[in-house]
Design a protein around this ligand. Structure first.
Ligand code: CUA
Length: 327
């Protein structure tokens, strides 16, 4: 078998997995397109070099095996070992440097999204142009397609890193410092972001959804997101709301339009409109909500949310029903 065969098969298998909502190779925005191009450019360069080297090896061992003169050997080292790699690596370096300013571009002055890395979730605040106060949400970032939004990044206790591979590069979130980046998504869709800096035992469970909407859909969504929570509409959900306040959940969580003003944990005003629960760890279902309230530690070790496994399951089911209605 041709020696490159297994390598090629592996490459095809590996690249076949590079699709989906969290892939650098499936770009959905301007910045990600630039980075994907960089990847393909480097890969093409590597393939050409690999083929050239194998061709050369084949030539000198099979086709024309002979001893080189000293002069010939020196010339080969000078041109093939010094000049050629210097030119190739310098070319790649200048290409990579040339795309760096684009990665630092300013937002277009419209939307600014402030994201804070917490103990293992994301605090998200939307600042539309001219807003006096932000619209608070958590664990998902929604952006309008076709404009460049400014993203400011902070962290509570330890370093995290904000990364939506399909939309752009990653930037660290550092306590006591505000970092910035911008994203210019172009393709509406649902993407996945992931914390890209080890931040403790549940680092791997610190994900979020990034949804790109058309400008009209985004405006409508932001309008709804800014509004208060919908009141519960079933007896069970009303019972759940009473339990939510009786158990003191409002000390940590905020639900706009209710007496819950806690700032410690994620804002729950429109919790059920998010695709996932516990920062990308569970699907947003009543069952998952009940599991999370009962034993968060079993889902996300080290999470600051206390478990309520001392409560009767019916009471937890009622609380889950209330939260499930917070669209
Ligand atoms: Cu946050 Cu890793």
């Amino acid at each position: 078998m041709w020696p490159g065969g297994p390598v090629l098969i592996c490459a095809i298998l590996v690249l076949a997995g590079c699709d989906g909502p969290q892939s650098v190779l499936a770009p959905g925005g301007e910045d990600a397109f630039v980075l994907a191009n960089l990847f393909w450019f480097l890969l093409a360069g590597a393939v050409v070099l690999w083929c050239a080297m194998n061709g050369l090896m084949f030539y000198v061992t099979r086709i024309n095996p002979r001893e080189l003169s000293e002069r010939g050997a020196q010339a080969l080292i000078l041109w093939g070992g010094i000049a050629f790699p210097t030119v190739v690596l310098a070319g790649l370096l200048f290409y990579a440097l040339s795309i760096m300013p684009e990665q630092r571009a300013e937002g277009d002055g419209g939307l600014r999204v402030e994201v804070t890395g917490e103990q293992w979730w994301w605090r998200v605040a939307y600042w539309p142009e001219g807003a006096d106060e932000p619209i608070i949400s958590a664990n998902e970032v929604r952006l309008p397609a076709g404009s460049r939004s400014e993203i400011t990044l902070e962290a509570d206790k330890v370093i995290h890193s904000f990364w939506v591979p399909s939309l752009g590069g990653k930037t660290d979130m550092i306590p006591g410092r505000t970092n910035r980046m911008s994203l210019a998504p172009t393709v509406p869709g649902l993407y996945r972001g992931q914390c890209a800096e080890y931040c403790g035992e549940s680092h791997a469970k610190m994900a979020f959804t990034a949804e790109v909407l058309t400008p009209e859909d985004f405006a409508a969504w932001l309008d709804a997101e800014a509004g208060p929570a919908v009141p519960p509409d079933t007896a069970l959900a009303r019972e759940g709301r009473a339990a939510f306040f009786a158990e003191g959940c409002g000390a940590c969580h905020a639900i706009r339009g209710t007496p819950a003003h806690g700032r410690v944990g994620p804002d729950l005003t429109h919790l059920a409109s998010r695709a996932t629960l516990a920062a990308g760890t569970l699907p947003m279902t009543g069952e998952a909500l009940a599991r999370w309230i009962t034993a968060p530690e079993s889902v996300k070790p080290g999470a600051l949310m206390p478990g309520y496994d001392h409560l009767p399951p019916e009471r937890i089911a009622a609380m889950a029903a209330y939260l499930e209605g917070l669209e």
